[in-house]
Design a protein around this ligand. Structure first.
Ligand code: SF4
Length: 368
């Protein structure tokens, strides 16, 4: 039987991007070193079964130098992963680092490009241009890291239909296997989001596209990606045949996963738990208490049903319910089916193309 999904959190970044709402930051080298030592301790104690999926996320795991990376990777099973992904901030995939990733069994790279337009990327706090991304993809593939995913964000400051179209041209030209397309989130967890909500002018806030334009940009991406052979298998995720993210599918289908490091979450099918949110808290808690756990929950049938809808309905395949669950969900689904957002097939539900655009609203109605 295959092991769990393993998520390793590396919450360090070279800069804090304006749109970023993750619990990552620009921390000092000494803190980074302490964090990696404590993370190695947490991994070493876990006795992870091999054969599952591995995901280095953050933050920018690509920021670690090879010797820092090995502090962590030497405490993981030695290869044999079903899939092993590392998130990369363009500009950080140096030859030494790429060799270290390949040697530890990384076979999938997820590049947080967000925009291939230099000015849009710069306004968001990034320094890369399209040539950097192209050269780094070539380097990754040459090292044996052959599955390449890129992230794009629709709605960044200064983005226009023309710059968005050029970004999509680069995706087409680079022949990547997987693309994640997100619409800009304007919540209070990012600097740009706070600026937008308060009507401020910093971080290019006045030059953020309107909600209608963001939706148009997203729809253009859907159309163009599908036209060149991508399947939209989740609201924001597109893959070529056989290239879906197996790690993320574990989250969406409620299979067990274990998270290590700050802000990492775990689930074993009946219980879920999480670590403290930030790197300084993580180091402190690991040193003083020997554990960074912050929450622990036994999940009852109601919570498991809620999780099933929250995660599963965002996938193209949708969700199949047992008879007890269907008695609750079925009647609430009827108006959404009539509205054309959901398709029901026996006790199964999935979102239509139109419903995928309103996934959050549909999910909220089903859980009301
Ligand atoms: S977007 Fe990525 S690279 Fe930028 S601050 Fe957030 S985690 Fe770091």
């Amino acid at each position: 039987m295959s092991g769990p999904g393993v998520y390793v959190s590396i919450p360090f970044c070279a800069q804090k991007c304006t749109y970023c709402n993750f619990r990552s930051d620009v921390y000092s080298r000494p803190l980074r070193s302490e964090y990696l030592n404590q993370l190695a301790r947490e991994l070493c104690r876990a006795e992870i079964a091999p054969g599952g999926t591995l995901y280095f996320g953050g933050g920018s795991p690509s920021l670690l130098e090879p010797q820092e990376f090995s502090v962590v990777s030497s405490n993981l099973p030695d290869g044999g992963w079903d899939e092993a992904t590392l998130e990369i901030a363009p500009g950080e995939a140096t030859p030494d680092r790429v060799r270290a990733w390949a040697a530890c069994g990384i076979d999938r790279a997820s590049l947080g490009v967000q925009s291939f337009d230099r000015a849009v990327a710069r306004a968001a706090g990034r320094k890369h241009g399209p040539e950097t991304v192209e050269a780094e993809i070539d380097r990754l593939v040459a090292a044996g890291i052959r599955t390449i995913s890129v992230d794009l964000i629709a709605g960044l400051a200064h983005q226009t239909p023309a710059t968005w179209s050029r970004s999509l041209e680069w995706v087409e030209r680079l022949a990547v296997d997987h693309v994640s397309v997100y619409m800009l989130e304007t919540d209070d967890d990012s600097r740009l989001g706070r600026e937008l909500r308060s009507g401020g002018t910093r971080y290019g806030a006045p030059d953020v596209p309107s909600e209608d334009l963001i939706l148009d940009l997203y729809l253009e991406a859907v159309e163009r990606l599908v036209a060149i052979g991508f399947e939209r298998y989740e609201v924001s995720n597109f893959a070529r045949r056989g290239k879906r993210s197996r790690h993320n599918l574990r989250y969406w289908t409620l299979q067990p996963y274990l998270g290590f490091g700050s802000d990492a979450h775990s689930f074993d099918g009946h219980r879920r738990w999480s670590n403290v949110s930030t790197a300084p808290e993580y180091v402190e808690r690991m040193k003083t208490a020997g554990s960074a756990r912050a929450t622990f929950e036994e999940l009852g049938p109601e919570q498991l049903l809620e999780d099933k809808v929250l995660t599963g309905l965002r996938t193209r395949a949708g969700v199949r319910f047992d008879s007890r669950e269907w008695r609750k969900v079925g009647p609430r689904a009827e108006p959404l089916v009539a509205q054309g957002w959901l398709v029901a097939d026996g006790p199964s539900l999935r979102l239509t193309d139109r419903g995928l655009l309103f996934a959050d609203e549909a999910i909220a109605d089903l859980l009301a």
